[in-house]
Design a binder for this molecule. Structure first.
Ligand code: APR
Length: 176
């Protein structure tokens, strides 16, 4: 089954999809950026669910993904994933961890049997991952997952909040 990949220039909390992905930190206790927006709009139930996961599993390792309620958001679930913090060193490892965020989120979405998922530009804000490289890694990781597994996900959205990311994704999508 064909999965549609789309670019959206939006606040991810306004996206009408089954799953909204959060660029969280290892504590799962919230933060700024998209993490802050998701908790602010989604309400306290999301943080409460994160705390339960934290009690069971402790810190969430970079590249891993967990699902919680979406609270007041127009989604069924929020998937929290932790992107790598850019250091400029071990670039292949950094790219691998960022790809893990996308792949593990998609795998979890398939387990949840949903049809649509929206990703923010993970690690490209506070975590300072170069935006163009992050976009290439994200698109490649998702295409590889969809080629490798028979996913029932019908739509994957790359939600760009800042203009720079939006231009990068539009350029990469136009290159096919
Ligand atoms: N909707 C969609 N994207 C958003 C939104 C929003 N409401 N707010 C910010 N973004 C974008 C940023 O423009 C950036 O491109 O999300 C991308 C990721 O930036 P951050 O939110 O800073 O996430 P990240 O770089 O992965 O750093 C994660 O930041 O907020 C803290 O708790 C979080 O410690 C963690 C760290």
């Amino acid at each position: 089954m064909e999965t549609t990949l789309l670019v959206s220039h939006n606040d991810i909390t306004a996206e009408k999809v089954d799953i909204i992905v959060n660029a969280a930190n290892r504590t799962l206790l919230g933060g700024g950026g998209v993490d802050g927006a998701i908790h602010r709009v989604g309400g306290p139930d999301i943080l409460a669910a994160c705390k339960v996961i934290r009690q069971e599993r402790g810190d969430l390792p970079t590249g891993q993904a967990v699902a919680t309620t979406a609270g007041k958001l127009q989604a069924k679930y929020v998937i929290h994933t932790v992107g790598p913090i850019w250091t400029g060193k071990d670039i292949p490892a950094m790219k691998g961890l960022l790809a893990d965020c996308y792949r593990n989120s998609l795998s979890l979405a398939d387990n949840l049997r949903v049809e649509s998922i929206a990703f923010p530009n993970i690690s490209t804000g506070v975590y300072r991952f170069p935006k163009e490289l992050a976009a290439e890694v994200a698109i490649r990781a998702i295409k590889r997952y969809l080629n490798q597994f028979s996913s029932q996900i019908k739509e994957v959205r790359f939600v760009c909040f800042d203009a720079e990311n939006h231009e990068i994704y539009q350029k990469l999508f136009s290159q096919g």
